[in-house]
Design a protein around this ligand. Structure first.
Ligand SMILES: C[S@@+](CC[C@H](N)C(=O)[O-])C[C@H]1O[C@@H](n2cnc3c(N)ncnc32)[C@H](O)[C@@H]1O
Length: 212
């Protein structure tokens, strides 16, 4: 993800700086500054980095659901930028979960400041038991292969609790093949060649429809 050109990089830094100052003035904090030991990358735990708000909205607009009838969950939500975007696009339920309590504290403050009704859940994605309540899931490369396998299994199991279509938006899809191996269909892939980023869209039909 790091080989886009100098001009694009400069523009992104300028945007980061302007956003950072704007956020501080409004009492918000989505910035990607170093925060805690937990934020160190390991094979299975990938630390905080933020999805750009405009990119997130573009990605969510490409999901073929009616947001006003859909529930969104950011798996590994960090400071909550994606919850903010999903709320602004009109999702009727918005939530995020994260392992890191420190980040979640900031996410909660951000949501309160913006007067958004988004549930910030402190949980490991592997232990979390509430996937059945959501339809659209967002992953920004939050963890490694073995965690992903367990989380995908939980998504599949959640269809037994509530049979519904599942959409996954996977940004920087390092382990994308795991979704296909689990029976998801790769519905779309969007590449931003200027920035060298990729988002994949995976779809799992309702169990009832899959049997037809
Ligand atoms: C790359 S950041 C993405 C943050 C946010 N989704 C965004 O795009 O702005 C990945 C997040 O996943 C969280 N994370 C990593 N492993 C996790 C796990 N097993 N359960 C829950 N959250 C996890 C990290 O704490 C980090 O905040």
């Amino acid at each position: 993800m790091g080989n886009y050109n100098f001009f694009v990089r400069g523009k992104r830094w300028a945007k980061f700086f302007i956003n950072y100052c704007g956020e501080r003035l409004r009492g918000l904090d989505f910035s990607m500054l170093y925060v805690s030991d937990l934020q160190k990358h390991t094979d299975e735990y990938h630390g905080y980095s933020m999805t750009d708000g405009d990119d997130m909205k573009r990605m969510l607009r490409a999901v073929p659901v009616d947001p006003s009838r859909s529930a969104f969950l950011d798996v590994g939500c960090g400071k909550g930028m994606c919850m903010k975007c999903a709320s602004e696009l009109g999702y009727h339920t918005v939530a995020g979960l994260d392992l890191d309590d420190y980040l979640l504290g900031i996410a909660r403050r951000n949501m309160a400041r913006l007067k958004l009704n988004a549930d910030c859940i402190q949980a490991s994605a592997v232990e979390f038991d509430g996937y059945a309540a959501y339809d659209v899931f967002y992953f920004y490369n939050p963890f490694g292969k073995s965690v992903f396998q367990q989380v995908i299994r939980k998504l599949l199991e959640s269809q037994y609790k509530r049979d519904r279509e599942i959409w996954v938006v996977y940004y920087h899809p390092v382990y994308g093949e795991l979704f296909q191996q689990a029976g998801f269909r790769l519905a779309d892939e969007k590449k931003d060649r200027t920035r060298d980023t990729v988002a994949r869209y995976y779809h799992l039909p309702r169990k009832e429809d899959a049997l037809l």
